[in-house]
Design a protein. Structure first.
Lengths: 393, 338, 287
């Protein structure tokens, strides 16, 4: 299967390259992600981001060869996450842990970082509280609070005063609801109702009915990317809410590029805020998209987890440089505090206090591109956003 | 409608001494296997500890399904009850590991009592459906009560104090594993006593023919309920062990998937022998670990194929196959349905 | 009042989608006494075939449905021959395990061939418009599902109550041995019923794809719902299945409207309550 071939390739590459200079050692990086199951595409994106970075920046840092080991964690399973992390540290002796798609999985790993003397670079898990669990965690993705907060102003700027919020009833969903409420009310709006939907809801008509009955002018939604999002957006269109003029605001998880083909034309016009759009126009992004598309095998499978992985690898490479290949987690993390660079998504930096990434958040609209396919087009930029969820701590 | 395959062991009318010897050998084999695991796989102890926790869950299912004939797809409710009880206690300050296991056992038995009361009202398929509904309800409750349980984020940061004040639960998991192994052996021995006691015999009689048992003058419901409570205690201990060793409790400990997987493990190993539960768990989880690492996509297909194969070729599970092959003197009775 | 009606319509649509899928399972369990947990897998296979036909081959919706039903029934024939025949008459646990095994295999294979992403079945333009029925705007597709459900219920009723085949079916359900002795070809009855059940599952999988999206875990994800609905309604009973689907659909939809964060809670609490009061389901037959 692809995974073992890559490991084999990286290992052989490392071996071959190691046989030339006299003193080359191999530094192992353990990446935990969903490589099978319903979120397999996100794991694939992780891998694509990692491979794109290594293709563009080489497979060694300062003479140390890099070996990436992937471990599959198909769903949010804290116990399995910890077991995998433990295995990577104890058995595979990795120096760096990376990846992690779901929050509970990250939370389960944080307690062992100190003892393992390994930093964790999170490529996705988006809840603010993770950073407070351990001083050895760095995140290169986003938090729902971070991507959602600009929506507060955006909504009021478009003359919306009353919004009903509908989120999935789990960690990131609750975060999103809180962040939006705070930002929207600070901008003078009113959240008339806050609905929390069970994660496995597939029939959203009753929710849409409630949206109508609430008299709100817009709906703010957050659901995990995947089948549920599709159902929600479809219900929004089909129950006539769109026609009735009720606007739709959401963070970009709902219109991620790999879901857009399934959403079809019904998604056109949706406004979302996010940290990354594949269509972002910059030379760094062009290079990245080219390399990542090659790694993932298809342009319409590329989505935001890949850029989180790409930048995560950048951070890890910088850590290896700073520690010169020695395993010293605190030194590594200290070295990247305040690090700033230009990512495919735009200018970014690692906040020295929270170790979370500061980045631009963009307002995007789903439009039809010249080739007939829908894409997220950035129409407004909110520069240098930190994570509001952490800012108060 | 009988729910369970009629493959079961009838205790050979050998002397009690013979039985003691056999069980003693069995237990020492378990201990030996456990220690072998400790020396052979020193880097995988976390996985092995999880195997032990799940083995306790599967043992608890064997008690109800293998010995009492009540099929259940909701046992994870009891496992999860124990795990969350231990987790919440730990987060609230109770960190002594043995106390936590006890708390898990108590929570599990309380849940078992509740579950038994509801489930035993129905029969056959309705009973199975009730077990599913109960575990889903527990799942929803755990998700909703996120203030206590952490909801879908899980309950993290369980700091368990060292065992006996000396042995720390560290990253390499040695304490956790040996602790779990000791727990498993103790529980196993106790269960062996229970199932060979008159109470255990009564349960097996109920599985075979409840009407006749009633005619004999025994009450079916209290006996089965008692077994549910015992089973709940075992499952709860497994959950508490999982919580202690992984220091995290997630919603997956109270999920339908875990119940279904555990039942599959039991069937694989063979119902009604207690050894089958252990064999099935080790093989299934070992398999899963190896295959998922190589090729996660095909894991499900393999499990499915394995299940089909077991149903077609080896209805008594692996221990049934072992029995036939070794011919160890126990009579294997296979009944059929008209 | 408008809200009540509106919820009622939603519940009816959802209930009908469930009904079309579950009635086949009810028949299998009631007639052939097979706990077929792979029923959802067949619905899923049909969804995939329809999606492939409509999306990749560009055929129309009706054609996609037709192909899906035929294709799924064809796939089910060897499965029935080789695997299902072995579990007739076996204890329930055995059937549960075998059919779970089949479900796992189907999921793994589908995952391998089609990948883990969701597959949509593109609807024809006429069905994707919102329709204004006065007090509510509803997706046209939902009306279609409701119509299908009513037709299926009516058609099955007619088949079972008014045709020759129906008489033979009922006789075989009541007493297979006797029916056999009287010259009813029970093997044929079983085979045809199985085909009908699978065909209905296929139809339900395709038209219900808007409610229950098609992805590899479909078979497992909704298996519990199907099983629960059939048990509540009583296996083998059409009125039971209708009542159960509508009732559970109503409980679910109303619960989601009034208190969405408790969503599933009401559903399962209702199931427990009903099964406790009616241990064999609403219209289940005493075994």
């Amino acid at each position: 299967m692809k995974v073992s071939k890559r490991i084999l390739g990286a290992a052989i590459g490392a071996l071959l390259m190691g046989s030339v200079p006299a003193m080359a050692d191999t530094i192992k990086i353990g990446i935990i992600g969903p490589f099978s199951g319903p979120f397999a595409l996100q794991g694939k994106n992780f891998q694509a981001g990692v491979e794109a970075y290594m293709a563009l920046n080489g497979k060694s840092v300062k003479g140390h060869d890099i070996e990436v080991i992937y471990r599959d964690l198909p769903a949010a399973n804290p116990a399995q996450s910890r077991a995998l992390a433990q295995e990577l540290v104890v058995k595979e002796k990795v120096q760096y842990l990376g990846g992690v798609y779901f929050t509970p999985d990250a939370m389960a790993i944080t307690p062992l970082l100190k003892q393992a003397n390994t930093p964790l670079v999170i490529f996705n898990a988006a809840t603010s509280a993770i950073m407070t669990q351990s001083p050895l965690v760095v995140r290169t993705s986003f938090t729902t609070a971070q991507t959602t907060s600009p929506l507060g102003k955006i909504a009021t700027e478009r003359g919306v005063k009353k919004v009903i919020s509908a989120v999935s009833d789990y960690g990131p969903g609750v975060d999103a609801e809180a962040a939006f409420k705070k930002a929207f009310e600070a901008a003078g709006g009113q959240v008339v109702e806050a609905i929390r939907m069970p994660l496995n809801t597939t029939d959203f008509s009753p929710i849409m009915q409630r949206v109508r009955d609430s008299g709100a002018e817009a709906v703010f939604a957050f659901l995990p990317s995947g089948p549920t999002t599709l159902g929600f957006v479809k219900a929004y269109n089909e129950t006539g809410l769109k026609q009735a003029g009720i606007k739709f605001f959401a963070p970009g998880d709902l219109t991620q590029e790999s879901d857009l083909p399934a959403l079809g034309d019904g998604a056109v016009g949706l406004l979302t805020t996010f940290h990354y759009a594949v269509s972002h126009d910059s030379p760094e992004n062009k290079k990245f998209v080219e390399a990542a598309t090659k790694a993932i095998g298809g342009a319409d499978q590329l989505s935001f987890p890949s850029v989180g992985a790409y930048d995560g690898m950048h951070v890890i490479y910088k850590m290896i440089e700073a520690t010169d290949g020695k395993q010293d987690a605190q030194k590594a993390v200290d070295a990247v505090k305040g690090l700033s660079w230009t990512s495919p998504r735009g200018p970014v930096s690692i906040d020295a206090e929270t170790r979370h990434i500061t980045e631009n958040i963009y307002l995007r609209e789903v439009v039809k591109g010249p080739d007939g396919k829908t894409l997220n087009k950035e129409i407004q930029t909110f520069p240098n956003q930190k994570d509001p969820g952490l800012a108060t701590q | 409608m009988q729910v369970i395959a009629h493959t079961e062991r009838v205790a050979a009318p050998s002397s009690a001494g013979n039985r003691w010897l056999r069980d003693a050998i069995g237990v020492s084999l378990i201990v030996a296997a456990g220690l072998a695991g400790y020396w052979l796989f020193p880097d995988n102890l976390a996985l092995l500890t999880r195997v032990i926790a799940v083995a306790l869950l599967v043992l608890s299912i064997d008690l109800i399904t293998g010995y009492c004939g009540v099929a259940t797809l909701g046992q994870a409710a009891l496992f999860g009850a124990g795990a969350y009880a231990a987790g919440i206690a730990c987060v609230s300050g109770v960190t002594e590991p043995l106390t936590l296991i006890t708390i898990g056992a108590v929570a599990g038995s309380a849940a078992g009592l509740l579950m038994g009361t509801i489930m035993l009202r129905a029969h056959g398929l309705a009973q199975l459906v009730l077990s599913i509904a109960i575990v889903q309800l527990f799942h929803e409750a755990a998700n909703k009560a996120s203030a206590y349980t952490g909801g879908s984020d899980g309950l993290a940061g369980l700091m368990v104090s060292p065992l006996f004040g000396v042995f720390e639960f560290d990253l390499w998991g040695q304490t956790a594993y040996l602790f779990g192994l000791a727990l498993l052996v103790v529980v196993f021995v106790v269960l062996k006593f229970i199932v060979s006691s008159p109470f255990g015999m009564l349960c097996r009689g109920i599985k075979q023919d409840p009407i006749r048992i009633r005619a004999m003058g025994s009450f079916v419901f209290p006996v089965l309920l008692k077994m549910f409570v015992i089973s709940g205690a075992v499952a709860g201990m497994g959950g508490a062990l999982a919580a202690i060793s992984t220091q995290v409790v997630g919603l997956d400990s109270v999920s339908f998937e875990l119940s279904a997987n555990a039942l599959v493990m039991l069937v694989l190993g063979g119902l009604g022998t207690l050894y089958g539960a252990l064999v099935g768990t080790v093989i299934f989880m070992g398999f899963e670990h190896i295959v998922s690492a190589i090729n996660p996509f095909h894991w499900m297909t393999m499990v499915g194929a394995l299940l089909i194969a077991v149903v077609i070729a080896a209805p008594g599970g692996l221990s049934g196959v072992l029995e036939k092959v070794s011919g160890s003197g126990k009579r294997v009775k296979t009944g059929g349905r008209a | 009042m408008q809200t009540v009606l509106s919820i009622a319509i939603d519940a009816f649509a959802y209930g009908m989608a469930l009904f079309i899928i579950c009635i086949g399972l009810s028949l299998t369990m009631g007639l052939m006494r097979v706990v077929n947990l792979a029923h959802g897998a067949f619905a899923m296979i049909a969804g995939y075939i329809a999606s492939y036909a409509a999306r990749d081959l560009g055929l129309g919706y009706a054609m996609a449905i037709f192909l899906a039903i035929i294709g799924t029934v064809i796939i089910s024939i060897p499965l029935e021959r080789l695997l299902f025949r072995r579990i007739y008459g076996r204890p329930e646990l055995t059937q549960v395990l075998m059919t779970i095994g089949i479900t796992f295999c189907v999921i793994g294979i589908t995952n391998y061939f089609f990948g883990p992403t969701l597959k949509t079945i593109p609807l024809p333009g006429s069905l994707s418009q919102p329709v204004d029925v006065g007090f509510k705007t509803i997706a046209a597709h939902r009306l279609f599902v409701m119509a299908c459900g009513v037709i299926v219920a009516g058609g099955l009723w007619y088949l079972i109550e008014r045709t020759d085949f129906g008489i033979k079916l009922r006789a075989t359900v009541d007493n297979a041995a006797m029916a056999d002795a009287l010259g009813v070809r029970t093997q044929v009855v079983y085979a045809v019923s199985f085909a009908i059940a699978i065909g209905l599952a296929a139809l339900g999988g395709v038209v219900g794809a808007e409610f229950l999206p098609i992805e590899p875990y479909y078979a497992l994800r909704y298996m519990v719902t199907f099983l629960v609905v059939v048990s509540v309604g009583g296996a083998g009973s059409i009125p039971g299945a209708v009542v159960a689907c509508l009732l559970l659909g109503a409980v679910d939809t109303t619960g989601r409207y009034l208190m969405p964060e408790f969503g599933n809670f009401f559903f399962y609490a209702a199931v427990i309550a009903i099964v406790c009061v009616f241990p064999r389901g609403f219209f289940g037959r005493a075994q």
